[in-house]
Design a protein around this ligand. Structure first.
Ligand SMILES: NC(=O)c1ccc[n+]([C@@H]2O[C@H](COP(=O)([O-])OP(=O)(O)OC[C@H]3O[C@@H](n4cnc5c(N)ncnc54)[C@H](OP(=O)(O)O)[C@@H]3O)[C@@H](O)[C@H]2O)c1
Length: 495
């Protein structure tokens, strides 16, 4: 079930917010945030919701705003029960209040909840057991993930609750916990909490109703849904999930693409090897490290020395590189490559892939310039290119300039890897950074009458190749591209 959280300061605003929850299955009313709430307004508010309601009156040490005494706090929840609220949420830390509400619940289902804003403690299993012993209708456990692996302990709890035929809602807050909010639903967590709009989240990492429904297709997920996703750190800026989930949906493939912010790669791979996974995209900083943990690496990816795509077949992980072909396809849509001179700025995982791809295209000359010269030299030696430092750009002539560094990437959208006076008039400038869609470098290049190619084009081409590797089906390119372009036009691209 999908619950929209109404977190407003006045009853009037809460009623207006409830009208914007049409797409939700139920509404969590955060009574603690509403300052002017009496029994009559509460009745009106519950009626106005027009769908099942969770009454929550959170105390301050569990992330809430209620300032009165415990008697008043529980009294308001009891009033909500008397008014026919479908659910009432009470903290496990208020044991006497939990017992009182469970005893006086009438037709209301009682959620006994535990929140930890600091961590996912080792004792979490014990907490689950303690809440279970109160025999509530729903056990709710919300902790903070300080590492991607914290989610795994929460998943274990969901599995345990399933085995014990207990209803549970469990997830982690924070960026490391965001993927778990969706994966938990697939595993059997009963409620996904969403904010009504961006900027109105009741907890860190919470997604909006629109993101869960439109970007992650939450309503179509079930226990047979296969997992795919982006492994990296950071990953928040990525739009790949919007494209891939649209593609899966259009072809009726029961799969979901998540964004995994990962801190310890080995631990993450070991865990996901045992899940129902299709495969993964890999981004900074893991394209090289991930190669150690794979069962097999495609010949081209081996030669490039970086993997950006993992396919899972029969519990074996196979590494590929689609950056190479994706970049060449994006370039060739606009310009011919044969006989041209290119400068690549950067010497990371994607530089290796692009240098390899360009060498295969019979270009005249490729030069790699990087902040750390040693890294540029290593790639140049592997592929037969020239190399130097970024400041050498003023001495190198080129037809095509390609930024393969992360400089200019959201949120540092006003940065450029080079000053605009080093951009050659009428040349081709390709920036593989895809968020923002038009980087500072590309804006500067436009002013010099250059042909510009945004990283978005490479992202789309790469996504098509990955989709085919995971599903053995041609990706519905038009639909996937349209979906992400709509997103950029309507909401996402604030740059
Ligand atoms: N459009 C697409 O489809 C697509 C595909 C892949 C990647 N990308 C984007 O490409 C970028 C690079 O990805 P990657 O995987 O190649 O990353 P990576 O392996 O971590 O390499 C990053 C490169 O950026 C350089 N760099 C970082 N900060 C810098 C700074 N402040 N000044 C100068 N150089 C700096 C690094 O230089 P040092 O070597 O000196 O550290 C390194 O050469 C990311 O933004 C990624 O999102 C886009």
């Amino acid at each position: 079930m999908l619950a929209a959280v109404v977190l407003e300061k006045t009853a009037e605003k809460a009623m207006k917010a409830a009208e914007r929850c049409k797409k939700a299955d139920l509404i969590e009313l955060r009574l603690d945030s509403i300052r002017d709430l009496g029994p009559a307004t509460l009745k009106e508010l519950i009626e106005k919701c027009g769908k099942p309601v969770i009454a929550t009156n959170r105390k301050s040490n569990e992330g809430g705003f209620f300032r009165g005494n415990e008697k008043k706090r529980v009294g308001l929840l009891k009033t909500a029960i008397d008014l026919g609220a479908d659910y009432a949420d009470i903290e496990y830390s208020s044991q006497a209040s939990s017992k009182f509400l469970i005893k006086n619940k009438k037709n209301t289902k009682i959620i006994v909840s535990y929140h930890n804003f600091k961590e996912t403690p080792d004792s979490i299993k014990k907490t689950y057991g303690n809440i279970k012993s109160l025999n509530p209708d729903l056990i709710k456990i919300v902790t903070r993930a300080n590492s991607a692996a914290d989610n795994f302990r929460i998943f274990d709890l969901i599995n345990k609750a399933n085995d014990e035929k207990r209803k549970i809602v469990a997830f982690c807050m924070g960026h490391y916990g965001q993927f778990g909010r969706i994966l938990g639903i697939i595993l059997g967590s009963k409620i996904a909490y969403a904010s009504i709009e961006e900027g109105n989240e009741s907890a860190s990492g919470q997604l909006t109703l629109n993101e869960l429904i439109s970007h992650y297709k939450l309503r179509k997920l079930n226990k047979n849904t296969k997992i795919a996703g982006l492994i990296g750190n950071p990953v928040a800026h990525s739009w790949s999930h919007i494209m891939h989930n649209e593609g899966f949906d259009k072809l009726r493939i029961n799969a979901v693409y998540l964004k995994f912010q990962v801190d310890k790669l080995r631990e993450f791979i070991d865990y996901f090897k045992n899940l129902n996974s299709l495969g993964f995209s890999v981004t900074i900083p893991y394209k090289i490290e991930v190669m150690k943990y794979l069962d097999k690496i495609d010949e081209k990816a081996e030669e490039i020395g970086a993997v950006n795509t993992i396919v899972m077949r029969n519990k074996k992980l196979i590494g590929y590189n689609t950056d190479c072909q994706g970049a060449v396809m994006a370039l060739k849509e606009k310009v011919s490559l044969k006989g041209k001179r290119a400068v690549l700025l950067g010497a990371g995982g994607s530089t290796r892939a692009i240098a390899y791809g360009l060498m295969e295209e019979n270009m005249n000359n490729i030069t790699i310039l990087n902040r750390t010269i040693k890294k540029a030299k290593d790639i140049a030696n592997d592929f037969g290119c020239g190399y130097g430092s970024l400041s050498d750009l003023k001495n190198v002539d080129y037809d095509m300039l390609i930024n393969t560094t992360s400089v200019g990437m959201h949120p540092n959208a006003d940065e450029s890897i080079i000053p605009s006076n080093l951009i050659k008039k009428n040349s081709v400038v390709f920036d593989i950074v895809f968020n923002p869609s038009k980087t500072r470098l590309l804006k500067d290049a436009e002013k010099k009458s250059c042909t510009i190619i945004p990283g978005f084009e490479m992202l789309v081409q790469g996504a098509m190749l990955q989709f085919r590797l995971w599903t053995s089906k041609n990706a519905p390119e038009k639909a996937m591209k349209r979906k992400v372009l709509d997103y950029l036009k309507n909401a996402g691209n604030k740059n």
